[in-house]
Design a protein around this ligand. Structure first.
Ligand SMILES: [Zn+2]
Length: 475
């Protein structure tokens, strides 16, 4: 597909130096692309997005999101193009727009929103990127510098997630770098206007930025636990939205358009998103306590208690509590030779290799000074369970723990496969004296459950439920 993009970019480049009227400003823009070219580029990129992500399989929710999105788009500066709004089956907290009117919102971000107005704010912000032609303007700048396409990401400019990297590679190795402060503010301003014209409260835009800011604060907390760099969310900046005067100002501009009783749509939104999948989808494999289960691969693996399991579409690994050792699962689709030879080929001739059976499967455990590698042959694949550590001494200390994880390799029975269900959002009414600490004790979300519950209910970092408040919990 890369060729198609090259082609499109080449086509677009023929119009080099052309100007077009910007739908928002009414002024001439230096862009290299006509509207038809923009739509063709959007359509081709949409195909790529749909390969990279799955569309969330819930027609009722898709049509709800689309209905709200279309309403907002109808009140935008650019009503002559056809908009599409698609919910993606991804736990990432994200939304983005492609040139030509293709808007995407993840189920991941929907879980953290609390009203239809907030969802409309996310969609309105993305429609703002489309109407102001940020993608096209950036695309033109990129072409001028001979780099590829850009996607308007509301959140993580570098999209430092695997899907982001894949997408970025796919789309020509270039910019997912977001739009920078000015374009983001412009989209917030436009989104707020469209909200007001659609009879939603434009202040919902500020609440959404608050949701993102809280994610950033929470991620900083987790990053500290995991000893990594915190994630940067674009569209959020150093200050909290409550103190962000420019954000307050651009959203405040829409107040003149506000209707007397704007729609909040809280209960409708809650109803529509009840049952929404939270976290890993079954296709990616699920994590329960220290166990990883993958339905399609048909396997389970039990990691050491207290280790932190990280699962995404493309990788699975667990980190020791001290963040000085890791165990990773990898798969080789085309192993050859017997398992002992195979393991020796991977590790080199100096490795100590022990051959064994795990649940009657051919397996081997190889050890070197740098790694412990378990290989299990199952279903014509070689499953690698790889243990590494920061120092040889740590590896030595963790060797038996790693071997235990290797020996925990388990082939799922049909009943076990059937029992694999994703976590979902459920609504409850808070009883008197309910607290997030108490709810966290009954939650399957693990050690950060209290923070997650506060985040999904917009009461992070310190809030507590009020009596009879409708609460989202995860089951
Ligand atoms: Zn944005």
């Amino acid at each position: 597909m890369r060729n198609l993009f090259t082609f499109l970019i080449a086509v677009a480049a023929l119009a080099l130096g052309g100007c077009a009227v910007n739908p928002v400003s009414g002024k001439q823009d230096f862009v290299m692309m006509s509207e038809q070219q923009e739509i063709a580029l959007g359509r081709a990129s949409d195909v790529e997005v749909r390969k990279q992500y799955k569309v969330y399989a819930n027609p009722a929710l898709q049509s709800y999101v689309s209905r709200v999105g279309q309403k907002v788009a109808t009140h935008s500066h650019r009503t002559n193009i056809r908009y599409t709004f698609t919910v993606l089956d991804s736990p990432e907290i994200n939304a983005f727009a492609l040139p030509g009117g293709y808007v995407y919102i993840t189920r991941g971000i929907l879980a953290y929103l609390n009203s239809e107005a907030e969802m409309a704010a996310v969609l309105g912000h993305e429609v703002g990127h489309v109407t102001a032609r940020h993608g096209v303007r950036q695309q033109s700048a990129a072409q001028a510098a001979n780099i590829g396409i850009s996607i308007a990401s509301i959140l993580v400019p570098e999209l430092n997630t695997q899907a982001g990297h894949d997408l970025s590679n796919l789309l020509g190795g270039a910019l997912l770098s977001g739009y920078g402060r000015e374009h983001e503010l412009e989209s917030d301003r436009l989104g707020a206007q469209y909200l007001a014209r659609t009879a939603y409260d434009p202040q919902a835009m500020i609440r959404v930025v608050g949701v993102l800011k809280n994610q950033e604060l929470f991620d900083a907390e987790i990053a500290k636990q995991e000893g990594r760099e915190p994630r940067r969310y674009h569209g959020t900046f150093a200050t909290h939205p409550d103190n962000d005067t420019r954000l307050q100002q651009v959203v405040g501009e829409a107040s003149g358009l506000t209707v007397a009783n704007p729609t909040e749509g809280k209960s409708e939104f809650m109803k529509q998103t009840e049952g929404l999948v939270f976290g890993d989808s079954v296709e990616e494999g699920i994590v329960r306590d220290n166990r990883f289960l993958h339905k399609d691969l048909g396997i389970a693996l039990t990691f050491p208690p207290g280790w932190n399991i990280k699962n995404s579409t493309t990788q699975l690994f667990a980190l020791s509590p001290q963040v000085d050792a890791a165990i990773q699962l990898k798969i080789d689709d085309k192993p050859s030779g017997n398992v002992t030879e195979y393991t020796r080929r991977v590790l080199g001739k100096d490795a100590d290799i022990e051959t064994l059976e795990i649940e009657k499967l051919h397996a081997a455990i190889g050890t070197t000074g740098k790694a412990v590698l378990g290989v299990v042959y199952f279903d014509r694949k070689a499953f690698h369970i790889v243990g590494n550590a920061k120092t040889p001494a740590t590896l030595e200390a963790q060797r038996n723990t790693m071997k235990e994880t290797i020996r925990s390799f388990h082939v799922l029975t049909d009943d076990e496969k059937k029992a694999i269900k994703p976590l979902t959002i459920k609504l409850i009414t808070a009883q008197k004296g309910e607290s997030y600490a108490k709810l966290a004790q009954r939650s399957p979300l693990g050690k950060n459950a209290e923070s997650y519950l506060r985040l999904i209910n917009a009461q992070y970092p310190q809030g507590e439920p009020a009596t009879r408040q409708i609460l989202k919990i995860i089951e």
